[in-house]
Ligand binder design. Structure first.
Ligand SMILES: [Ca+2]
Ligand SMILES: [Ca+2]
Length: 378
């Protein structure tokens, strides 16, 4: 939290990116809690030895400027949204069989009536070493788990106001963003922001995972998924801003909780881009494909990219705290290591300010006088 306090009180000092070309205009005034990411070209993806096939080939991408939330969206911020709108998250609603069936192999029998319940997935350590290809061994479907009950029924978020909100589906994250005058970042915007000040580096902060013995992200040390040595101080999510930020002042882009993006996932997307663009092409403001092709969720039409890894990421298992790493999840799924942060643009933010002005003036109008009823003489 120390790092976060510093950044919130000195936002003007952390704008700018030495690796970006000079902006033609000064950065617009940032909405509270956000920082301007300059427009510019960067290398997206990773051809290094620890990169996975879906991160290849690295290619040049240009994105327009945008603001990004300094932190993952917190429980306190999400609570304000729910209070203002009465919104119910996906994890709080009993799923319909039609929705579930669309993500399962054809012919999967329908469960007996009354057995479908609202809930979410919670990580549970295994008793010992397991086959890492079968992630069902450390994920427990937990009825009653939702953003207000992150560990299931009986748990609460009291005292966890500054922790990232979790158990939020892509739909929930998108609804929050629209309410806040923001949107989810594209995958390219997210990676552009994460690479600020460390272009071409393996990690968001440079070449070493733990430079000078200082942990830079909340991930997993020890042996996944049964022994966590807690060298970075946290077993599950940490309050946002517990580690030093990147060059732009953005916290926890690496680790803590995964972050939803607005892009659908396809494992060979970068190959398709480079083929379509030709050698040396700079891809402008790329967005995801219209439909997903996610090998981990083969029956789901939609699966959205998430970035940054989480407190569960381990050097031997996924190392998804690298800025190029990609994972995807169907939009109706929540988990206790998956959250989000938002971005905004001058146009989106101006529309939000206008909406606020209209709402304020509407609520400031004096109440209409009741119409007097003329008594008839007749
Ligand atoms: Ca940790
Ligand atoms: Ca994160």
């Amino acid at each position: 939290m120390m790092f976060l306090a510093l950044a919130l009180f000195a936002p003007a000092l952390i704008q700018g990116d030495a690796s970006a070309p000079a902006a033609p205009m000064p950065a617009p005034k940032a909405p509270s809690g956000m920082v301007w990411v300059e427009p510019g070209v960067f290398t997206m993806g990773w051809d290094g030895e620890d990169g996975r096939p879906d991160e290849r080939p690295a290619h040049r991408v240009r994105v327009d400027g945008f603001w990004m939330d300094l932190t993952e969206v917190t429980n306190a911020q999400f609570a304000r949204f729910v209070e203002a709108t009465g919104y119910k998250t996906t994890a709080e609603i009993v799923p319909s069989w039609e929705e579930l069936a669309a993500q399962l192999p054809p012919g999967t029998p329908e469960p007996p009536p009354g057995t479908l319940v609202a809930g979410s997935l919670i990580f549970a350590k295994t008793p010992g070493r397991v086959d890492l290809r079968d992630y069902s061994q450390w994920w427990a479907w937990t009825p009653g788990a939702d953003w207000r009950h992150p560990k299931g029924p009986g748990s609460s978020i009291e005292g966890m106001e500054s922790y990232p909100v979790v158990h939020v589906s892509w739909f929930d994250a998108t609804a929050y963003a629209a309410w806040a005058g923001k949107r989810l970042p594209t995958e390219a915007e997210w990676e552009r922001a994460a690479r600020a000040g460390a272009e071409g580096a393996r990690y968001i902060w440079g070449a070493e995972l733990v430079p000078d013995g200082v942990h830079r992200a909340n991930i997993w040390q020890g042996q996944f998924p049964f022994e966590n040595e807690l060298a970075d101080g946290f077993e599950v999510a940490a309050p946002v801003g517990s580690y030093a930020p990147n060059a732009l002042g953005l916290f926890d882009l690496s680790g803590n909780v995964w972050e939803w993006t607005s892009d659908q996932f396809q494992p060979d997307l970068y190959e398709q881009r480079v083929r379509a663009g030709g050698p040396g092409a700079v891809i402008e403001n790329p967005t995801g494909p219209l439909r997903a092709a996610d090998p981990r969720n083969p029956y789901s039409r939609d699966s959205y990219v998430q970035k940054g890894g989480s407190f569960l990421c381990h050097a031997d298992y996924c190392s998804s705290y690298r800025p190029s790493a990609r994972m995807a999840t169907p939009p109706d799924s929540g988990m206790n290591h998956l959250g989000f942060r938002c971005v905004s643009t001058p146009a989106l933010w101006e529309a939000q300010l206008e909406r606020t002005r209209v709402e304020r003036s509407a609520s400031a109008e004096p109440p209409k006088k009741p119409q007097s009823v003329k008594k008839s003489d007749g």
